[in-house]
Design a protein around this ligand. Structure first.
Ligand code: DLL
Length: 432
């Protein structure tokens, strides 16, 4: 079976609307019947399933946020009995603020279909060797693209991330033609291939890169180093994982799989729904998922939607690359990091909450430094003791965030105080 589904991906606007209307009505009834938390939220705003007759009524439903997910952790939003759920995935990196998502077999199927569509849009067929270097495990990148690759019928290499030398060796030996990983890792693989003189031995033709922001300059750099066409892919754990939207050959935005997800753009301050073409926060409603069907979930990603006709023939709405966030989450080396997690670790380790996070991108790799003021008692310790405290702090931060930060311990009162909001984050990356 082909996962480029002209009947679905190129359906008329009327057909898409019909699917969305019917599926939304069913989905609202499903969550009302099976999730007491949802029912309460809907009752609080005086809405019942009878009020939702079509997608035009979507705005009547309350928003759902990460805070709701945390409040309901772990099983509070589950809409199917555990006996019917077969998988859990979780957001990248974090421990303190982990979000868990559940899947039935049906949910896995539709997620893998979405990833298969992305692979087909990048030119993938059953002749391809698909090299998946996204992390496997709780992170959705590896499992999602792996499943999509199987559905397309590619020969799938479940490499996961890391061990760059072996990645390149397999790429050459097995003739990988499609690479799936974060753009940062793709850039690193490209650089390493160049250094090892392997560029001419690579058979790669396309790459499917996402999970973090990347610029057109970075795209060109990766394309040149790996000799490929590089495609963007977007998604988030809460809405299933990668494949919520993906680029086609026109590369003017990512088609959202509208038969599964309804997208809205809202004003992040007021919650007002904005007309097509206006920039705002992206909100998703999943209309076909069974186990973890989120309605009007605020992604915090700032985007623009466009229904301009696409030369590829797909009719599904396109979203721009995310242009920022409406919260303070940073994505560093593909991992979601909240400044509040860093503060939690500092306080637990006996440091004052006087710190500054400095993020930059050097040679397409994120650098992550944290300047931390020492309390006077540590400052007066011997150099050896201070070094030991620094090591402990680095380890505790790694345990919390899942990535390593370079910590710089500084003298008390050396970080500039602010008269207004403290400037906790200095993000020097050019991401958008
Ligand atoms: O990053 C899922 C994914 C895996 C997407 C592999 C693409 C490829 P989370 O860890 O839950 O899930 O992080 C979701 O990452 O809200 C965006 O802020 C950001 N993000 C994802 N894709 C892109 C992209 C995965 N293509 C959060 N460009 C989202 C920019 C992206 N940001």
């Amino acid at each position: 079976m082909s996962y480029y589904q002209p009947g679905i991906e190129c359906a008329s606007q009327e057909q898409i609307k019909k699917w969305q209307d019917e599926r939304l009505v069913k989905q609202v009834q499903h969550v009302w019947d099976s999730v007491p938390y949802y029912r309460k939220k809907m009752e609080e705003v005086g809405v019942s399933p009878a009020d939702i007759q079509s997608a035009a009524d979507l705005h009547k439903l309350p928003f759902l946020t990460k805070d709701d997910l945390r409040e309901c952790y772990p099983y509070g939003l589950l809409a199917k009995p555990l006996s019917e759920c077969i998988r859990i995935q979780s957001t990248s990196g974090t421990t303190g603020k982990r979000v868990v998502a559940f899947y039935t077999q049906h949910d896995i199927d539709l997620w893998e279909d979405c990833c298969a569509r992305a692979i087909m849009a990048a030119g993938g067929t059953n002749e391809d060797v698909c090299h998946v270097s996204y992390g496997y495990g709780l992170f959705t990148g590896g499992p999602g693209l792996n499943g999509g690759s199987h559905k397309v019928g590619c020969l799938t290499l479940p490499m996961s991330s890391g061990n760059t030398e072996r990645q390149l060796q397999f790429m050459v030996d097995l003739g990988s033609t499609i690479l799936c990983c974060t753009p940062s890792y793709a850039a690193y693989l490209g650089e390493s291939a160049q250094e090892a003189g392997l560029q001419d031995k690579l058979k790669l033709k396309a790459g499917i890169f996402g999970a973090e922001a990347w610029t057109e300059e970075m795209r060109r750099d990766i394309e040149k180093k790996l000799g490929i066409k590089a495609y963007d892919i977007y998604g988030l754990t809460e809405i299933s994982g990668p494949g919520v939207s993906f680029e086609c050959e026109e590369q003017t935005g990512m088609h959202i799989n509208e038969d599964h997800f309804i997208a809205e753009i809202i004003n992040p301050e007021t919650g007002e729904v904005l007309p097509e073409g206006e920039k705002g926060e992206l909100v998703f409603t999943s209309i076909t998922k069974e186990a973890f069907p989120l309605l009007r979930y605020r992604t915090r990603d700032i985007c623009v939607l466009s229904r301009k006709k696409c030369s590829c023939g797909r009719t599904h709405v396109k979203m721009s690359k995310p242009m920022g966030r409406s919260d303070d989450m940073l994505i560093i080396r593909g991992v979601n990091v909240f400044p509040s997690q860093i503060e939690t670790v500092l306080l637990a380790q006996g440091f004052p909450p006087n710190y500054q996070i400095i993020v930059d991108r050097v040679n397409n790799t994120d650098t992550f430094d944290i300047n931390v003021e020492m309390p006077p008692e540590i400052f007066s310790d011997t150099v050896r003791d201070v070094t030991a405290r620094e090591k402990e702090l680095v380890a505790a931060l790694k345990a919390m965030l899942g990535i390593v930060a370079k910590v710089h311990l500084m003298a008390p009162k050396s970080i500039q105080r602010s008269e207004g909001k403290a400037v906790r984050v200095v993000d020097k990356r050019k991401l958008f």
